[in-house]
Design a protein around this ligand. Structure first.
Ligand SMILES: [Fe+2]
Length: 430
């Protein structure tokens, strides 16, 4: 009886804890990968840059973000050949505290103008021991995106990152749930070091998931403290007032990053911003439109059903995306892969977006392997495996999508399909 009482108490505490950080514990998951930690190399001075990642700002600039453990100049020096820095820019620094944790110095520097499809070499904080390089995205189609959500930090995450690193992508799109720090801030540092080899080389464009909220009632009331401080995205450039939603153009694609965990109702700033943003799209310049959320609006997995961040957001915003002829809506949150046909209002519709759930990056919570039975017809392909996807937008009318399953730790192309843009369908002209 005492054992049973203890189990009930442990479950109650676990559920309360999960509520604080936004987890859902209502279904069984198979065993996940082992949690890994990526420590700072011991011989690296405290002024050395770590956790370096980059994000695209406007058509020809790049934000370089990194952390130093102690004070160092927020300076980026860069050029088009190794160790030959012809330009330098000084940016801004910040830090944040969370309970007893105080972050290092978080540096953000926007550099440019840069040429498209070009390699640049750079160093941060004048540290000559660590030179980085990145390639800018192309200005015109074709462009290749890597797409992966719910990454976390496990050996499955490592496999996923290894497979992405072996691919030839121009930009990574991440539909939320990055580090799974879940209040333990040093996990954010570990995550930054884990992804640095990739995120310092190609722009990583992210939006937030529930694991980024990190709010504790009475103790730490401000949500997204670490996420906003560490992963600054180019929101001001698209007229947004929040780092939690923004848009940008990449070659011929207009990408809209939405915030599932901030206000999205008809009177919200996000809703009004989305209306204005959709109204400004020049389909001649960007024939494709992608939208990215965290909680999927269409989902036949039994996990994460009935959540307001999915159902209410869909209720409010689906018509806007449909009328604007958004081509694809990506989501994460459900730890599996699922691709729908073109859908609107619950039914197949040739002019609706394709909905894709790709929350299978490899986090420590494991896979969501239970599905509604029988499979609804609008769901074309669904599988609970870890992996990532590559999307090559070839021209204004055609794109090829390849979902790669991490099968036995080898990347296996498992769902390959050609998409045609809504713009190229005369029946669906916006
Ligand atoms: Fe999530």
């Amino acid at each position: 009886m005492a054992v049973m009482k203890r189990q009930v108490l442990v479950l109650a505490v676990a559920m309360a804890f999960a509520g604080f950080i936004g987890c859902v514990v209502s279904y069984d998951r198979p065993p996940a990968g082992h949690q890994i930690s990526t420590p700072q190399p011991k011989d690296l001075p405290s002024t050395s840059p770590q956790q370096v990642h980059i994000s695209a700002v406007g058509p020809d600039k790049m934000r370089i973000s990194w952390i130093t453990e102690s004070f160092a100049p927020a300076l980026v020096e860069y050029g088009t050949s190794p160790n030959n820095y012809t330009n330098s820019v000084t940016g801004t620094s910040s830090s944040y505290s969370f309970l007893l944790y105080i972050s290092g110095q978080i540096n953000d520097v926007v550099i440019g103008p840069l040429n498209p499809n070009s390699v640049y070499y750079y160093r941060c904080s004048s540290d000559s021991s660590r030179e980085f390089s990145f390639k800018t995205p192309p200005a015109q189609l074709p462009i290749t995106f890597a797409v992966v959500g719910d990454l976390g930090q496990t050996d499955w995450t490592q496999s996923t990152l290894q497979h992405i690193g072996q691919s030839n992508y121009d930009m990574l799109l991440l539909p939320g749930d990055l580090s799974y720090a879940d209040l333990f801030q040093r996990r954010w540092d570990s995550f930054g070091r884990l992804v640095e080899p990739l995120a310092s080389q190609r722009p990583w464009m992210v939006t937030q998931g529930n694991h980024e909220i990190e709010k504790i009632p009475l103790v730490h009331k401000t949500p997204f403290t670490a996420y906003n401080a560490r992963w600054c995205m180019p929101f001001e450039e698209s007229g947004s007032t929040s780092n939690l939603y923004y848009s940008f153009d990449a070659a011929g694609v207009h990408v809209i990053m939405l915030g599932s965990y901030t206000d999205f109702g008809p009177n919200s700033d996000q809703f009004k911003w989305l209306q204005a943003d959709l109204g400004k799209i020049d389909r001649g310049k960007t024939p494709w439109i992608f939208a990215i959320v965290h909680a999927p609006w269409y989902n036949t997995n039994t996990a994460h059903q009935g959540e307001p961040e999915a159902d209410l957001m869909k209720q409010y915003m689906e018509e806007l995306l449909y009328k604007a002829r958004v081509d694809i809506v990506f989501a994460g949150h459900v730890h599996a892969y699922e691709r729908f046909t073109r859908v609107y209002d619950g039914k197949a519709d040739n002019c609706g977006p394709i909905y894709i759930t790709i929350g299978d990056g490899g986090n420590r919570e494991g896979l969501a392997n239970m599905y509604m039975d029988p499979k609804p017809e609008i769901s074309v392909f669904r599988e609970a495996s870890f992996g990532h996807a590559q999307l090559e937008v070839v021209n204004a009318s055609h794109a090829v999508w390849m979902w790669h399953r991490n099968d036995d730790k080898f990347s296996v192309a498992s769902d390959t399909v050609w998409f045609t843009s809504l713009l190229s369908d005369p029946a669906c002209k916006p």
